[in-house]
Design a protein around this ligand. Structure first.
Ligand code: NAP
Length: 544
């Protein structure tokens, strides 16, 4: 909601009727969460949902209600764009240095108030607190990066003109206008920030549809952004299902940034193509880890645990396939399984658990189905393979499989859960070929005692990011390096210069003096073309 819309966009009566009647210290039945009272206030930040139906969201840890969310209609979605478009005009005139300062303030606020955000993230996603902290870190790193680099990246760049000294060319960057951002539930703070913040600093307004499951986390960041100085109207938060407001989001956006499944991404790309607007898609993966024969096995085994089970495997860049050289496979498997068994599952809003819950019933069913199907078709479950309703309704043990074959769904389909398969190899070419044998290409990991050798292997893997002696965190946190997918894992990149410039249109402004680029009066065209041919030949040798 914006300041000009009536309060209660998500009706206060509808919003958090359950939490409002609870003690302020609980939310979604999770003890110790101080965010219940905030939920109602945060929900006032949404656009739409006055008349439309509501949906009730529940906490993965407990299954108990968190909040009831008003859902925007198609008309409300379109009016959010109208408002964003009006606000964008004055926003793009705010000096870049000031926009950068806002990002740096946001960086400070997110780090200072991280406990609030981690409570909300845990309550809404069910992830462990250490994984929630990864989101805080990602937001702060992103805000600092664009807070310090945007003016340089967006500033007018001189380009080489046709005739040195006579043709002056420059490239100017203009904001796209209003950017539509659609984000998923698995990294609700990080994936919101990584897409929304660069769009804003580039001078765009944003209409953002977070996933209903993690609406409060997105709204928390919206509030922090306002405290940091961003005008509220330039970032409109729309709550609603894609099936209701998706068409409006696509039709009204000057650029669409989508993060989610490959299936949805393909559908949206088809719609966006019709109107010839730009888009970036950050989609699914079936990410491989290749452990070379010279890898340090204890590090690789520990690294694999983080790579596979962070956020209970509900991470687009997490590893689901491990290829280990046969000479160390037994040792690696023993250490990996032992380290996996040591993981503490839990639901406290503290650092007592290493792994949390799955986020939704749908996710839980997908994980259970993949493991059951693999087991039924002959896979060996080395550890895990069972649900843990004793901890919470959506908990599932971290699961390591071997003897996995192509007939099993877990072999090639994204599980998006705490399930990994181990395969042996003897020939590195074969390992690389198998690592590449999916339509995806998001992230990969290579473990070796020889970094140059690791780089050589990495360059042969078809993935947008490859981490050497790390699972995903090194590339995820290196904000200057672009991140995104090849193949069915996506189009475009977030982070780095590309993550900012995607939200701009480039315009070349070229001033010519002293020479008309046509024959002078009375000059025969043949003479002119001979002069030009000689000039073009000479220009080839001029370094510009
Ligand atoms: P999803 O079903 O594609 O949904 C993602 C978001 O898109 C949700 O907010 C969803 O909202 C919305 N949506 C769905 N259909 C829409 C439409 N027609 N128009 C507009 N919005 C629409 O994906 P998910 O299952 O929630 O998320 C998990 C997937 O995301 C995994 O495949 C994972 O690998 C991928 N992911 C990729 C990255 C990356 O950076 N590459 C990061 C995180 C996750 P509704 O459901 O309410 O419609």
């Amino acid at each position: 909601m914006t300041s000009t819309m009536p309060a209660g966009a998500a009706s206060p009566d509808a919003a958090t009727s359950t939490t409002a009647s609870r003690a302020a210290e609980t939310i979604g039945g999770v003890p110790g969460a101080p965010q219940a009272a905030r939920a109602r206030e945060l929900l006032r930040r949404t656009t739409g949902g006055h008349e439309a139906p509501t949906v009730a969201m529940s906490a993965p840890f407990t299954g108990e209600p968190i909040a009831t969310l008003g859902q925007a209609t198609d008309a409300e979605a379109r009016s959010a764009f109208t408002e964003a478009r009006a606000a964008q005009r004055s926003w793009s005139a705010v000096p870049l240095a000031e926009r950068e300062r806002m990002l740096l303030r946001l960086h400070d606020l997110v780090l200072e108030r991280q406990q609030e955000a981690m409570d909300l993230i845990q309550v809404e996603t069910g992830k462990a607190r250490i994984d929630a902290f990864d989101e805080i870190a990602a937001v702060a790193l992103c805000a600092a990066y664009y807070g310090r680099r945007s003016a340089k990246l967006l500033g007018t760049q001189r380009r080489a003109g046709l005739m040195p000294g006579l043709t002056k060319a420059s490239e100017v960057r203009h904001p796209k206008g209003v950017v539509g951002i659609i984000s998923p539930w698995n990294y609700p703070l990080a994936l919101t920030a990584l897409d929304v913040l660069p769009a804003l600093v580039a001078g765009n307004a944003v209409v953002h549809k977070p996933d209903n499951q993690t609406a409060l986390t997105a709204l928390w960041l919206h509030e922090i952004a306002e405290e940091a100085g961003f005008p509220r109207e330039i970032w409109q938060v729309l709550l609603g299902r894609g099936s209701t407001i998706g068409d409006a989001l696509v039709a009204e956006s000057d650029y669409v940034g989508f993060t989610g499944s490959t299936a949805t991404g393909k559908r949206l790309a088809g719609q966006v193509a019709e109107q010839l607007t730009g888009f970036s898609l950050e989609l699914g993966g079936k990410n491989p880890m290749v452990v070379l024969d010279d890898a340090r096995v204890p590090s690789a085994a520990k690294g694999a645990v983080t790579a596979c089970f962070s956020s209970a495997g509900q991470l687009c860049v997490s590893v689901e396939r491990v290829y280990v050289h046969e000479s160390i496979k037994e040792e690696f498997t023993r250490e990996f399984v032992a380290a996996t068994r040591r993981l503490r599952l839990g639901r406290g809003l503290d650092y007592s658990a290493d792994m949390g819950s799955l986020t939704s019933q749908e996710q839980w069913e997908n994980v259970s189905e993949h493991v059951t199907d693999a087991r039924d078709k002959g896979a060996t479950v080395l550890t895990g393979g069972t649900a843990r309703p004793d901890i919470g309704p959506l908990f599932y043990e971290p699961t390591v499989l071997t003897d996995v074959t192509p007939e099993m769904s877990v072999y090639a389909e994204e599980t998006f859960g705490p399930v990994v398969s181990i395969y042996g190899y003897t020939d590195l070419d074969d390992a690389v070929a198998r690592a590449n044998a999916t339509p995806y290409g998001l992230n990969a990991s290579v473990w070796t005692g020889d970094i140059p050798r690791g780089r050589a292997v990495a360059s042969r893997i078809r993935a947008g990011t490859v981490n050497i002696n790390e699972g995903f965190a090194a590339s995820f946190a290196s904000v200057d390096a672009p991140m995104g997918g090849m193949g069915e894992s996506g189009v475009g990149r977030r982070n780095g210069a590309e993550g900012l410039l995607r939200y701009t249109e480039s315009q070349s402004i070229v001033a010519q003096r002293g020479l008309r680029l046509r024959p002078f009066r009375g000059m025969p065209p043949g003479l002119w073309t001979r002069i030009m041919t000689a000039s073009i030949r000479a220009l080839r040798h001029v370094r510009r």
